[in-house]
Design a protein around this ligand. Structure first.
Ligand code: GLU
Length: 457
C-alpha cells in the first residue's frame, strides 16, 4: 500500500480549541502508527480573518503538544506551498481543468460546479424560490469511523465567489489532490460536506481519499458541542496553567478512542502502536475536566526529579518570577520535590510553597484558633524549640524519630506536636510532611520560626 499521507488543515481564527487539538492528534497518531506523513496545511483563504499572530497560535500549540509535522509551513516539503493564501496559481490551474471538462458555468458573477444528471426546476418551499434540482447518483462514503454513509448532492454549488475568491470545498479538494492526501481525518461537522468533495474529486479525475470523521466533543454539562467559549476549551489556557502536555495528549486520545481495554494512562509510544481508525468510537465524547486534572496529576506524580524541576522552574518563571530569582536553586529544588507527591497541578504550587520562600508568611487565623485552642500548645512549642536546637536534622527519619521520642516521653502523640509545629513554621494546616518541611527548611529557619511564633503568642 502507498504511504499514508494525512493532513491537519486548520483555519487560523486565533483560537486553538480542544477539538482542533484532537483532530490534529488523531491525524498525527495515524501517521505515526502507519509510518506515514503528517502534513500541516493552513486554510487561510478568508483573508480578512487571518493574521500572522493567529498562525503562531497554531504552530505554538501543536509544538507544545509535541505534534510535529513532517510537511507544512516552517517544515517545508515537496507539495507546498502549505498555506492556501499562497496557492492561487494552483487553484486557477484546477479551475481550468474543470472548465475544460465542461463542469463549470458562470451565474451571478460566481463560478458554479455543475453536477451530472437530469435537471428540473422545482419550487423550494423553505427558501421560497425556484431552484434547479439535479438527479444525481448518490456518493457512497465508506467512512473508516462512521461506516457506510450515503449522500446525494442534488444542486450545483459555487466554487468561486463573485469576488474571485475560491470556496472552501474547491480549495480543500484541490489541496488534498495535489498534496496526495490518502486519508481525510476530520471532525464530524464536515461529514455533510463530503459528498460535495467526492463529486469534485471525481470531476477532476482524482482518486477519492479514505474518509474518517471523528465524532464531536460534547460540553461538560448539558447537551451540545463544546465551543471555544466553553470553560476549558482553549489549549493556551492549559499551557498557561502549567498542565503537562503529555497529560493533555493522553486525555485527548481518550476523547473518542480507547485501547480496547480500560487502560487510561498510557505512554504515547503504546498509543501509537495501538491507535487505528476503526478503534475510534462512533458516539460523541464528553469533555470531563476532572478527568483531565486527574490525568495531569498522575503525570506530575511520576515525573523524574530533573524533569519535574524543569517544569516547575518554567512555570514559576511565568507565574511567580520573583520567587525563582530570589531562591537558592538547591533550596528551590528541595521544596519542589517535597511538594511533588501532594500536588494536583503546577498552578497550585506557588501558593502551596509560598511560606518556604519568605519569613513574612501569614498565619491562617482560623487554623490558629483551632490549633491554639486545644491542649497546651505553648508548652508544646517550648519543647519543640528545645528539641530543634539539638536534634539530628540529617534525614526525615531522624527528625521523625526525635519528634516521636519527645511525644512518647511526654505521654502524648505525634499529632499533638505536628499541628502546632506546622502552624508555626508554615502558617497553615496543609502541606508536605512536617519532617520533610523541617529538613528542607533547616534547623536555623525552623528554630527562628518557632521562636518568633512563640514570642508573638
Ligand atoms: N479548514 C477546515 C476546518 O478548520 C478543515 C477541513 C478539513 O479537514 O477537510 O474545519
Amino acid at each position: 500500500m502507498a504511504q499514508v499521507r494525512v493532513r491537519f488543515a486548520p483555519s487560523p481564527t486565533g483560537f486553538f480549541h480542544i477539538g482542533s487539538a484532537r483532530t490534529a492528534l488523531f491525524n498525527w497518531l495515524y501517521a505515526r502508527h502507519t509510518g506515514g506523513v503528517f502534513i500541516l496545511r493552513i486554510e487561510d483563504t478568508d483573508k480578512e480573518r487571518n493574521s500572522e499572530q493567529f498562525l503562531k497560535v497554531i504552530y505554538d500549540s501543536l509544538r507544545w503538544l509535541g505534534l510535529n509535522w513532517d510537511e507544512g509551513p516552517e517544515a517545508g516539503g515537496n507539495f507546498g506551498p502549505y498555506r492556501q493564501s499562497e496557492r492561487a496559481a494552483i487553484y486557477a490551474e484546477y479551475l481550468e481543468k474543470l472548465k475544460a471538462a465542461g463542469r463549470t458555468y458562470e451565474k451571478d458573477g460566481a463560478i458554479w460546479f455543475k453536477l451530472l444528471g437530469d435537471r428540473s426546476e422545482v419550487y423550494d418551499e423553505h427558501r421560497k424560490k425556484t431552484v434547479t434540482k439535479v438527479k444525481n447518483a448518490p456518493s457512497v462514503i465508506d467512512d473508516r469511523i462512521r461506516g457506510r454513509v450515503e449522500r446525494t448532492e442534488d444542486e450545483d454549488f459555487v466554487i468561486v465567489r463573485s469576488d474571485g475568491n475560491p470556496v472552501f470545498h474547491f480549495v480543500n479538494v484541490v489541496d488534498d489532490i495535489t498534496m496526495r492526501i490518502t486519508h481525510v481525518i476530520r471532525g464530524e461537522d464536515h461529514l455533510s460536506n463530503t459528498s460535495k468533495h467526492v463529486e469534485l474529486f471525481k470531476a477532476l479525475g482524482a482518486p477519492v481519499p479514505e474518509y474518517a470523521h471523528i465524532p464531536l466533543i460534547l460540553k461538560q454539562n448539558g447537551p451540545g458541542k463544546m465551543s471555544k467559549r466553553d470553560q476549558g476549551a482553549l489549549i493556551e489556557e492549559y499551557q498557561r496553567r502549567g498542565f503537562l502536555p503529555e497529560a493533555l495528549v493522553n486525555f485527548l486520545c481518550l476523547l473518542g478512542w480507547n485501547p480496547g481495554d480500560d487502560r487510561e494512562k498510557m505512554p504515547i509510544a503504546e498509543i501509537i502502536r495501538l491507535f487505528d481508525l476503526p478503534g475510534v468510537n462512533q458516539s460523541n465524547a464528553r469533555f470531563d475536566e476532572k478527568k483531565l486534572a486527574h490525568m495531569n496529576m498522575a503525570y506530575l506524580l511520576e515525573l523524574p526529579a530533573d524533569r519535574f524541576i524543569e517544569r516547575t522552574l518554567a512555570y514559576f518563571r511565568k507565574a511567580s518570577p520573583t520567587t525563582v530569582a530570589a531562591a537558592d536553586p538547591g533550596f528551590f529544588r528541595e521544596v519542589m520535590l517535597l511538594s511533588q507527591p501532594k500536588l494536583k497541578g503546577l498552578e497550585e504550587l506557588p501558593a502551596y510553597t509560598a511560606y518556604f520562600f519568605t519569613e513574612d508568611y501569614s498565619i491562617d487565623a482560623k487554623v490558629r484558633e483551632k490549633v491554639m485552642g486545644k491542649g497546651d500548645p505553648k508548652v508544646r512549642l517550648a519543647e519543640l524549640i528545645e528539641l530543634v536546637k539539638t536534634a539530628d536534622f540529617s534525614s526525615d527519619t531522624a527528625i521523625e524519630e526525635a519528634l516521636k521520642a519527645l511525644a512518647t516521653g511526654k505521654g502524648l502523640g505525634f499529632g499533638d506536636y505536628q499541628s502546632v509545629a506546622r502552624l508555626a513554621v508554615s502558617g497553615t494546616n496543609v502541606g508536605p510532611s512536617i519532617t520533610g518541611m523541617f529538613r528542607v527548611l533547616g534547623r536555623e529557619r525552623v528554630l527562628g520560626r518557632l521562636t518568633r511564633f512563640a514570642a508573638a503568642r
